[in-house]
Each structure stands twice: as structure tokens, then as C-alpha cells.
Design a protein around this ligand. Sequence first.
Ligand code: CA
Length: 261
Amino acid sequence: MKGRVLVIEDDQDISLSIRTVLSRNGFEVTSEADGKDGLRAFHSARPDLVILDIGLPSLDGWSVLERIRDLSDAPVLILTAHGRESDKVRGLHGGADDYLTKPFGNSELAARVEALLRRPRSAAPPAEVFDDGSLQVQLESREVSVNGQEVSLTPTEYRLLAALIKHPGQTLTPEQLLKLAWNDPFGVGPDRVKFGVMRLRRKLSQNASPGRDPGSSIEAVRGFGYRYVAPKALAGVAAVPRGAGSSTTRSSPRVDGTAGC
Ligand code: CA
């Protein structure tokens, strides 16, 4: 068995032909025909690779891709419709590893899948809980608490926080944050980042104790962007290993020289 592949595709003919080709080539293949079911199958089966259609019922491929990338580095091959060139760019920015345009040939499909599985992946397993002594984030259930008290965040605020804590001490530009939290690859409206950070800080500071305030851990780096620096008293205790979740910025430039802790 060369690897476990999850196919999320609502077109039954395409799904069947992918399953046939890949099982003939030695892969173990499962499939789902709907975005939500696909995501559930991803969580329970933890496949080695995902083949993801974009137009899907209940939850589209973009949302599925984003949720997969929140917690996993598994390669994702997206299927785009013929003539939708912009989908390729959007997919690659969103963390997809490769794409295939429908209709595609059987040998091309098998070759792409094999190539993706040969690629070296980040060695660190995805961290499931972030805890730096004052801020706790359950990355699977998206629960956030400060000093044991639950904090209710909007999906955008959560994604903004997740982007920052997955890169502790690293400054992310407003453009990177727009891409990661707002899914806006063109970066229109950096003011949204400023106000988003303001709201997030306010919520995180509500139950914080002095010196252990995750709200003030989100620092503005003038002229560059924002970063999350673990509370001073606990510097160095960041629970997320460096590199975990780095796949989210695989296609983005990194800002160096501003590492904090
Ligand atoms: Ca479809």
C-alpha cells in the first residue's frame, strides 16, 4: 500500500474513476461526495493525501481546504474546472499543494499523487493544543480560553489568532494575515487587519491577569505587521513547536529578523 487517499468529489463518475485508477496503482482510497462529510472523514481517517473538488455541496472546497490547513500539513491536490484559471492561483495561495484541471488523464493523476507523497513533509506533527500559561487554544475544536475562562471569538478572529500563534515570535504582514484570516489574497483593506487585531486583543484581555495578558502578547511591529510573543514571565514556554502548521504560509514570503522570543 503506497498511501491512504481521501477523495472529496460530488461527481460520481469522476470520483469512481479516481478511486479505480488509484487503487489499481496501489493506494488505499476512500471517498466522500460532500464538503462536510469530507472534512469529517479527514478528521477520523487522517489520510496521507486529499484530492479535493472545489464545487461541493454543503461546504465548498475552499472552506474544506482552509479547515484542513488549520490543523494539518497533509498534501491537498485540488480539482479545478476547465477554464477557471483563477482557481489554481487561489488554491495554491490557500495552501493546496497541486491542482489538476478536469478532464485529466489517469496516468497524470497517478503521477501527481505519487509526486506529492514523495515530497518531504514537515517533521513536526501538527500541535493540537496551544498553551503558553495564560492563553489556551484547542486547535481542533477551536476553543479559546484565557486563564481557564472561555473566550468567544468570531471565525475571523479565531483564524487571526491561529495564524499568529502558529508562528510564535514571527512578524506576519497585514497581507499575510488578510490571506490567512480573511482569505483575501489580494490584500484589499489592510485597515481590516488593524481593527481585527484591536477586537481580538480586547477580547483576550478581558479575563487576563497583569503580566499574563495574551491581548498584549499580540504586538504591532511598526512598518511590518503583527506577531504573537509569549507573555514575558513565561517567555520560551510556547507550546507550539516551531514549524508546526507552517504549511499555511508555504507560498508566502516570511519576514525575518524580527523574531521575538
Ligand atoms: Ca463538483
